[in-house]
Design a protein around this ligand. Structure first.
Ligand code: SF4
Length: 227
């Protein structure tokens, strides 16, 4: 496939560092060079995240986890954009652009980054999401514009649905088990992951993965020659 002169988008989405790199990289490459993405159906994800974020607006950080620095959640759902990413001293054309869930202003002038999840997946480990959270931290500490802030803590705030509540059909709900998972800072790993990511984007289009159901469906469907 012929590559355009310039990628259609040069802003890397933090979530692509988890889900994008852990699967086939072909769709990722197409997304950045042609701005074409496969449609995704994620019912309720937006509503659940909004409810969870609203619940923690203004919260005292130590009430979320006693190990967190004194401060309050003062910002939520804001976009952050980094300066061009530097790898081994060389500036690339790529930047980070993404919207974090919650950010605290700590009393010592630092900030705390929190990613909200409503999930029962065993995959919700700090290690899996570390590069994604580090990407937000990179943008906060090396912003394209505005003042840089030091990110003192990063973590996942997980709500796992466990039981139903109430017997009024007009006002029923579900209860959750809440867990805060601290994610240690690991800038070295982030640089390694983002550098692999950029290598994929700057290379030729990768081969498709043999186990992807979408690609297998498209291949089978195209072979029918229906149009
Ligand atoms: S296997 Fe095909 S559909 Fe699946 S991610 Fe790769 S290119 Fe995309």
């Amino acid at each position: 496939m012929k590559k355009p002169v310039k990628p259609a988008r040069e802003n890397i989405s933090p979530s692509d560092l988890t889900f994008g790199l852990s699967t086939c990289k072909r769709c990722l490459w197409v997304k950045y060079w042609y701005k074409v993405t496969s449609p995704m159906v994620m019912p309720l994800v937006g509503t659940l995240s909004r409810l969870q974020e609203e619940y923690f607006q203004g919260a005292d950080m130590p009430t979320i986890d006693p190990g967190l620095r004194a401060g309050k959640v003062t910002k939520w759902s804001e976009f952050v954009k980094s300066a061009p990413i530097v790898i081994d001293g060389a500036q690339t054309r790529w930047r980070i652009l993404g919207k974090y869930d919650l950010l605290s202003s700590n009393e010592d002038g630092t900030v705390g980054l929190i990613d909200c999840k409503v999930s029962e997946s065993e995959r919700d480990s700090g290690a899996f999401y570390s590069p994604q959270l580090e990407a937000y931290a990179y943008a906060l500490e090396k912003p394209l514009t505005g003042k840089a802030v030091e990110v003192a803590s990063m973590g996942l705030l997980v709500w796992k649905p466990t039981h139903t509540m109430g017997n009024n059909p007009d006002n029923a709900g579900f209860g959750i088990y809440q867990k805060y998972i601290s994610v240690p800072r690991n800038q070295a790993e982030f640089i390694s992951v983002i550098s692999q990511f950029i290598d994929v984007l700057e290379g030729e289009i990768p081969e498709a993965g043999p186990t992807c159901e979408t690609c297998n469906f498209l291949t089978a469907r195209n072979a029918l020659d229906l149009l």
